[in-house]
Design a protein around this ligand. Structure first.
Ligand code: SF4
Ligand code: SF4
Ligand code: FES
Length: 505
């Protein structure tokens, strides 16, 4: 392992890394060691074109670009000298020659690298009098992305992304010198399942998503770490919220799961929390209060218990591990068989998108639940989480107790329906397709009375007088119980997990 010095401090780094990569590996990039950069991105090939990342290296007469200079043992790197600062100011002056003074009306303002570095290294006044290079505005590159040519600094991150990640190659830089332009190849559209990532990696406001542009100023948003529930990959995301409303998902870097990317379908799935929600409890279709609905569920189950009638359970691969464990406990106390569940399936690829379109099918499997195509079969009572199965699966069930986040045709068949919190409104864990347990936390407050599936099950169990439900519902305590009962979860709990998650043993 070579030892290098950065601004006088010694670090051991990996052989074969560039200076910028090594500093990123150490977790110091823009986090103690400030090396501004545009064209370099940790998950893309090196371009070396913007020249902003220049640093001084002892014994080398000219400044070197940190993104394309390999580390070597004994290397002494300086990032804060006058020569380095002069170089950064020179690069910024060149970049700003043609850039419009657009910040007040640009969607990127507040999270723009050009704005940030211009503030830090830009000249107070332009030295040119010539008009800025004319270029086009608001060009639709495809169904998801709008391009503002004036703002583009030709870093080619978007070009490399399309070539290297989805490998669709829709974008290129055409012409030379002053005439250079980013464009879509003739006859093509920027249209691939990961297209919106280009807006995240564009360091300026040249690429914006149709979905987010002009919705809200970014300084009104705060970002909560979470996990996408669109498929079993469990990509890590930031949910950007303001006034109890989610405005977007952004990818959150997790090299063990999704690198720094998410798919477009997952990105837009933040909308699910406001649309089509089941907001009021119902008894036989009539809207009622939460207390009445829970009392009705308890009554139905205790009558079945007294009569020795069959009770069955249906789990949901959209519910958290803690919800599923609570259901498992209730079914076991009622001498019911293991819960069944069904998983919606769709397209997959070799990048991120998984065929299982639910976040916790692996969790249901690990907790001993059984996947079934038919449903739970004949019974007096079914306790059902979610609407994976349609009403036809319950034709041989006398009374259906439904706990769900959204309205569905199953509502018509339910004796009792209780609204539950979506995962965006609660704390819990999902297990992804690679058996990695990941934590999520509330991004939103529910707009109506609703508890998590686990808490509803818990309160029904308490209403039935069952011992294990005597204490107050506590997902953290449940996660510890899971770890005790299932060896694969040993050492994993809501408190011990960090934002990167942990693989099952
Ligand atoms: S559109 Fe953005 S990411 Fe693409 S080359 Fe221009 S500045 Fe770079
Ligand atoms: S690949 Fe799956 S988990 Fe990842 S963003 Fe897309 S839908 Fe969400
Ligand atoms: S980041 Fe190094 S040259 Fe652009």
């Amino acid at each position: 392992m070579p030892t290098i010095q950065i601004d006088g401090k010694e670090y051991e780094v990996e052989q074969g890394r560039t200076v910028l990569q090594a500093i990123d590996d150490l977790g110091l990039l823009m986090n103690g060691v400030e090396i501004p950069h545009y064209c370099w991105h940790p998950k893309l090939s090196i371009d070396g074109s913007c020249r902003l990342c220049q640093v001084e290296i002892e014994g080398v007469s000219k400044l070197q670009i940190a993104c394309n200079t390999l580390v070597r043992d004994g290397m002494e790197i300086r990032t804060t000298t006058e020569a380095v600062r002069d170089a950064r100011e020179g690069v910024m002056e060149l970049l700003l020659v043609n850039h419009p003074l657009d910040c007040p009306i640009c969607d990127q303002a507040g999270e723009c690298k050009l704005q940030d570095y211009a503030f830090e290294y830009g000249a107070k006044h332009a030295r040119t009098r010539e008009p800025r290079r004319p270029a086009k505005k608001a060009i639709e590159l495809g169904p998801t992305i709008v391009f503002d040519q004036e703002r583009c600094i030709l870093c080619r991150r978007c070009v490399r992304f399309c070539r290297e990640v989805p490998r669709t190659g829709e974008l290129g830089v055409f012409s030379r010198g002053e005439e250079s332009r980013l464009e879509v190849f003739p006859g093509m559209k920027l249209d691939n399942p990961y297209s919106m990532n280009v807006a995240d990696i564009c360091p300026v406001g040249a690429l914006t998503t149709k979905d987010f542009r002009f919705k809200v100023r970014v300084w009104f948003l705060d970002d909560v770490p979470s996990v996408c529930n669109g498929c079993s990959k469990g990509c890590n995301v930031w949910g950007s919220r303001s006034n109890n409303r989610l405005y977007r998902y952004l990818p959150r870097r997790n090299d063990a799961v999704n690198q720094t990317w998410i798919c477009d379908t997952g990105r837009l799935s933040y909308k699910q929390f406001s649309e089509g929600r089941l907001s009021l409890p119902r008894i036989r279709g009539r809207e009622t209060g939460y207390t009445e609905a829970l009392a009705a569920a308890v009554r139905i189950l205790s009558e079945a218990r007294e009569a020795g009638a069959a009770v069955v359970g249906v789990a949901s691969p959209f519910a958290a591990n803690e919800d599923l464990f609570a259901l498992r406990g209730l079914l076991s106390d009622l001498a019911a068989p293991d819960a069944v569940y069904t998983v919606p399936r769709g397209d997959s690829d070799d990048l991120l998108i998984q065929a299982e379109k639910a976040p916790n099918a692996a969790g249901a499997r690990e907790l001993g639940m059984r996947e079934s195509a038919e449903g739970p079969g004949k019974a007096a009572v079914a306790i059902v989480l979610g609407h994976g199965f349609g009403p036809e699966a319950f034709e041989e069930v006398d009374a259906l107790i439904l706990i769900d986040t959204h309205e569905s045709p199953l509502l018509q068949a339910a004796e009792v329906a209780v609204p539950s919190r979506s995962f965006a409104e609660k704390l819990g864990t999902f297990t992804n397709s690679a058996r990695r347990v990941q934590r999520f936390q509330p991004m939103l407050e529910p707009r109506f009375e609703a508890w998590s599936e686990g808490e509803i099950v818990w309160r029904i169990g308490a209403g039935l007088g069952l011992d294990r439900f005597r204490s107050a519902y506590d997902p953290a305590a449940i996660s510890r119980q899971i770890a005790e009962e299932f060896p694969a979860f040993a050492g994993i709990s809501l408190e011990s997990l960090d934002d990167a998650g942990r693989e099952l043993g």
